[in-house]
Each structure stands twice: as C-alpha cells, then as structure tokens.
Design a binder for this molecule. Structure first.
Ligand code: DNO
Length: 357
C-alpha cells in the first residue's frame, strides 16, 4: 500500500510539494496536467518535466488523477474514435514516465456536485456540503456559477472551462440517452483502451458518480455494488478497475462500504482508494466531515480493514478535508485537514499490520 496526496501542478495549488514531503507516511502524489484541453494528447515533454519536478521534492508520481474523457466518447458520437485514439496516445506517454494507475470518471456533463463549498460547522471549520433540494432548485446551468462563487479563485477539478461552455447542449443531449446506451458507450471506450492499458502496465480506475444517484435526467452508472459488478463484467481485463471513493459511494445509504471494499479488493480490482468521511443528514443530504470514524457515518476502520485483509497493494489518498486553522485553499484540498486525515489512515494501517504479526 502506498499513501499519496492529490496535488495540483502548474502553480495551481496552495500546497507545495515540500509541505507534502513533510507529512509522515506520504510517498508521492496523484496529479494531472489539468490545462491540457480534454480530448488532446498529453505532451511527453511536459510529463517528463512534471515527474522531474516531483522527484526533486523527493516524491513519486505513479498515479494520474485524471485524464478526463471527451464528452463525445460518453455520448457515443462517431467523432469518439479520434478522441479515443488520443486517449491511447496519452496512455503511451504516461507509461514512459512509469505511471501505474489512472483515475478517470465517466460522469455525464458534471463531475462531482455540492450545494455549498464552504459550509460553516459549529466549531468554525468549513466543509463541502450537499443538500438535494437546493441542488434540484438550482438551474443546472447556474451550478457552475454557484460552485465557483465559493472556490476562492481556484480551479475546481472536473469543472474545466470547455466542459462548462457546452453544458446546456450536453444536458439536453443526454435526455434522450438511455442508461443501457450509456453502458454501451462506456463499454466501447473500455474495449478500445484497456488492451493498451494492459500493454503499458497501467491500471485504469474509474471514479464513482458523486453523488451516486441520477440528477437532471443524466444517466449515472457507477453508483452501487451491483452496478460496479456490471461495470467489471463489461471488460474482464485486469486493468479494468475502480477508484474506491468512500465519500462518493457512502452517500448512498444502501451501500455497504466494507463489504464492497472486501469484494472488489479480493478480486484485485481496486488499484486506488479515496478515503474520507461524511455525516449524513438524510437519505440525500450530507456534510463532509473529518476523517475519523466518530466524526462521520462511514466506518473508515472497517473499510481499511477490508482492504488490508484482502492484501490491498494499491494507492490510498485521504480525500476532501475541512478548512481549518484559518487556511485559505481550494475547497476540499487544503493541507491541514488532509494531513490529519492521512495520519489517521496511516495509524489504522500500521495497527492492522502489527496485529497481523
Ligand atoms: C473531486 C474528485 C473528482 C475526481 C474525478 C476523477 O474532488 O474526487 O474530481 O478526481 O471524478 O476523474
């Protein structure tokens, strides 16, 4: 198991590699070239420079989060082949800098959604929160504006400009796409890309839909155990895996996360885990919370134990943290609370390992 932290390259992060290096337990970062427009090939020379910059700080980069998927692929348009070809060329370049795991998502139009990026808790910390009614009241086209108003000037991963420009047209388009068609579009992508991922020794790790239920008439597929089984059955390649995102899957009350972690890790299909906690307020409302068990409703101990028991040897990163101690940073991605989160995860893992001996 390797503990890593997400870091935004190109000067787009308030957290430095040197600070990350000082956190106990951390060996590397998950990062991306977020300024390359979706659908274009990631230039090799930039990847080499990125790896060098990270290595100079004494850290590894074996995980990319994310190479986003062009909407034409998700829509299943004839133009998708050109973008899939570019995706494969990017995979080839990633293999040259020895990337081992690629986190991506297949969410239509939006990536993750929250109704508030800085919801104040009683102790003065702030968290990202989700209220279903508020989201439904928002015109989806105003969603970006609302998300950005609290982003403190930072870019938001998954909310890139080119995505936003086409949002109205895309939402309209998906109203006529059935879930079955959407699965077929995902399978088409997997069948094309996975043979190359295998050849390049890169594990593809799909991120669950966040939140894991349908919104605005958009098809959502990576939401629960049954759908993840369907996903894995679309293509049986060992490179076809899951980013086990506890916070995303955990928003659905019916998801038994330790059981899911156990099942999919035992099958060797979890190359990457995002571990964070949430406090559920109702079936479709939640606040993100501090990582330890007693602060949220997810049993991170049981989840990490399920991974440990099944010989998990992938990557783990803490996920969104609260904003504490007056920190000003990209929502969810400050230094302080994620560092606390890592230390907690590191301690749980160490205890489990010692108990086993
Ligand atoms: C949000 C992240 C997501 C994730 C993508 C993966 O903070 O968890 O944006 O990186 O869905 O493609």
């Amino acid at each position: 198991m390797k503990l890593i932290l997400r870091w935004f390259s190109g000067g787009d992060d308030s957290v430095t590699l040197q600070q990350i290096k000082q956190i106990p337990g951390i060996v590397g970062v998950a990062t991306s070239l977020s300024d390359v427009p979706v659908g274009e090939v990631w230039p090799l020379e930039r990847l080499i420079a990125l790896k060098e910059e990270i290595a100079t700080a004494g850290l590894e980069v074996e995980v990319i989060e994310s190479v986003n998927i062009h909407e034409d692929i998700k829509k299943g348009l004839p133009t998708r082949d050109r973008y899939i070809e570019n995706y494969i060329k990017t995979l080839a370049n990633l293999s040259i800098i020895e990337i081992k795991c690629l986190c991506y998502n297949f969410m239509p139009v939006f990536d993750w959604i929250r109704s508030d990026l800085a919801f104040k808790l009683a102790d003065g910390s702030s968290v990202m929160s989700y209220r279903q009614e508020e989201v439904l009241r928002m015109n989806p086209l105003n969603m970006a504006e609302s998300m950005f108003s609290k982003a403190k000037g930072y870019s938001l991963p998954g909310w890139e400009e080119e995505r936003l420009a086409a949002m109205a047209r895309d939402i309209e388009y998906y109203q006529n796409v059935t879930v079955d068609q959407y699965w077929a579009n995902l399978q088409y992508f997997l069948d094309a890309v996975l043979p190359y991922a295998e050849r390049y020794d890169i594990k593809m790790a799909i991120h669950p839909d966040d939140p894991p239920w349908p919104l605005f008439g958009l098809p959502k597929v990576i939401t629960n155990a049954e759908n993840i089984r369907t996903f894995l059955a679309l293509n049986d390649s060992p490179a076809n895996g899951l980013t086990f995102c506890a916070g995303s899957l955990g928003a659905n009350l019916d998801n038994d996360l330790p059981a899911m972690a156990k099942e999919f890790s035992a099958r060797g299909r979890i190359p990457f885990a995002h571990l964070r906690n949430i406090k559920r307020l109702s079936a479709q409302d939640f606040d993100e919370s501090a990582h330890p068990n007693s602060y949220g409703d997810l049993d991170l101990f049981a989840i990490i134990k399920a991974l440990h028991d099944t010989g998990f040897d992938g990557y783990i990163r803490p996920d969104h943290g609260r904003m504490i101690w007056g920190e000003e940073a990209r929502p969810g991605y400050g230094l302080y609370d994620r560092a606390l989160g890592i230390t907690y995860l590191y301690g749980l893992w160490e205890a489990l390992t010692k108990l086993q001996c």
